[in-house]
Design a protein around this ligand. Structure first.
Ligand SMILES: C[S@@+](CC[C@H](N)C(=O)[O-])C[C@H]1O[C@@H](n2cnc3c(N)ncnc32)[C@H](O)[C@@H]1O
Length: 216
């Protein structure tokens, strides 16, 4: 969805210097491609950004909506303390099984868990785990407004809420794309992130744009 590998020389320098995948993350991405998972993970810049946020906030409990092959989750889980926990929600059993294998190979099994099913079915069962310190939304865009409501319910003052793909590959503000259900969902999400009085929000323009809000 984004120009993840269409980098200027400066962007390439930054990726190589600050954000490069290590051998474990390279293997995860290579095996995801071999096993036919869609190539729609975040990029290394966003992964490192999420990792810095987990570290910066001292997060112990992270919720992710949209696991895919565990790439973004691995970046975040690596910054969690030994007794920290990442819960990631994923629709597809194939993606979840792949992720569990990869997270085990990366030594992250003790602090990660994937729950399979439509996220809107899984979310009500997380009440006992809340509040989360950081919540990353990266799944079906039509449901982002509903995910935001759950994220706010499962937050405390200081929780960071993020949603990937605000730009929708440049289509968010395209007047010819406004009938698309995913564009409509992302627009409603972005507008709520910006206007909700419980949040202080911005958009970080890495790759396809990550909306980021802090709960007051
Ligand atoms: C963009 S990918 C996630 C990428 C991942 N966060 C990363 O960067 O490594 C979106 C994932 O959300 C999953 N998904 C789609 N609809 C879903 C739903 N209703 N509930 C849970 N997961 C869903 C897809 O199967 C896919 O694996």
């Amino acid at each position: 969805m984004s120009k993840l590998n269409d980098l200027s020389p400066y962007e390439q320098f930054l990726r190589d210097t600050f954000h490069a995948d290590d051998a474990g993350l390279q293997r995860l991405q290579a095996e995801a491609e071999q096993e036919g998972l869609p190539a729609i993970s975040i990029g290394p810049e966003q992964g490192k950004f999420l990792q810095v946020l987990v570290q910066l906030t001292g997060a112990r409990k992270v919720l992710e909506i949209g696991t895919l092959g565990g790439y973004s989750g691995a970046w975040m889980a690596r910054a969690l303390p030994a007794d920290g926990k990442l819960i990631s929600l994923e629709l597809e059993e194939k993606h979840a099984a792949f992720t569990r294998r990869q997270w085990a190979a990366l030594g992250l099994n003790g602090k990660t868990e994937v729950r399979v099913g439509p996220a809107l079915d899984s979310l009500p069962g997380l009440a006992d785990e809340a509040p989360f310190d950081l919540i990353f939304i990266d799944a079906d865009k039509n449901n982002y407004p509903a995910y935001l409501e759950w994220a706010l319910r499962y937050s405390r003052s200081g929780t960071i809420i993020l949603g990937d793909n605000v730009s929708m590959g440049g289509r968010l503000a395209d007047p010819h794309q406004q009938q698309n259900e995913w564009i409509q969902g992302m627009r409603r999400f972005a507008e709520r992130m910006a206007a909700d009085e419980r949040l202080v929000s911005t958009v970080v323009p890495y790759a396809d744009g990550i909306a980021m809000g802090v709960v007051k």
